[in-house]
Design a protein around this ligand. Sequence first.
Ligand code: PSU
Ligand code: MN
Length: 304
Amino acid sequence: MEQYLDFSKEVQDAKAAGKPVVALESTIISHGMPYPQNVKMAREVEQIVRDEGAVPATIAIMDGNIKIGLSDEELEMFGNSDDVAKVSRRDLAHVVAVKTLGATTVATTMICAELADIEMFVTGGIGGVHRGGETTMDISADLEELAKTNVAVVCAGAKSILDLGLTMEYLETKGVPVIGYETDRLPAFYTRTSEFELNFRADSVEVIADTLKAKWDLGLQGGAVIANPIPEKDAMDEAYIDEIIGQAIREAKADHISGKDSTPYLLGRIKELTDGKSLDANIALVKHNAHIGSRIAVSLNGKR
Ligand code: PSU
Ligand code: MN
């Protein structure tokens, strides 16, 4: 397995020194945001992780290797190329074998983080059960990965392009804890709350680190979702964004968009329909997640 892993010097040194490492995904860069905002976001998020006392490891596939930590030039390339595949679990072996460029989704970033012995992962939003998923069966591989791979994911909840209720049911069935950071309700990405009550609320990163440690010490396989609401000042108006999301979903249907193209299409349309305001919110929430996720990583590392 090691032959496929290619660690950056920064991550290698961090691991040798026993420092906490935080995994970051590349699909959010290559398929989740436009250039050049995506690269700027990726660099700023990495710096936030460093400022919080951890080391960032942005994960991507290149030259038949799983890169654990990208250089500045590589970040630029993943943000500014149109031949980067979106790589979820099913795609990973193929993209490694044919040695093309691949951006890792939440599912694949979790797989690669576990291979690299990294237990914390920060992103914006996870995939889930899409609206209408009970008939289309469009259910993100992210949920199955959370069920079996031992990596905690810090996110701002899930977007209401998904069916949040079905997503929560799925996670419950699979035994994945969803912990609210300073909230009782599932955040809905662009907004701070939703009607869905969370399983647990944590008001400190210590409690989250203790919970993760206990989970894995007990051999309870699988990840956890730490749901961290978008900061108040960056949150969008709920009625406004719901209307836009509804329109984007109707357009996706009319354009016969399905499968892996669905999430990037919807994100792109929502950005256009909001004149870029959704992108600003998206960037703000990822940065906030980087602060909280890094603090959890530092705390958890101290308990090892
Ligand atoms: N949600 C976002 N931005 C993203 C994604 C989700 O707000 O970029 C990406 C993540 O990489 C996630 C993937 O893992 O979309 C889910 O895609 P799918 O539904 O095809 O599994
Ligand atoms: Mn899907």
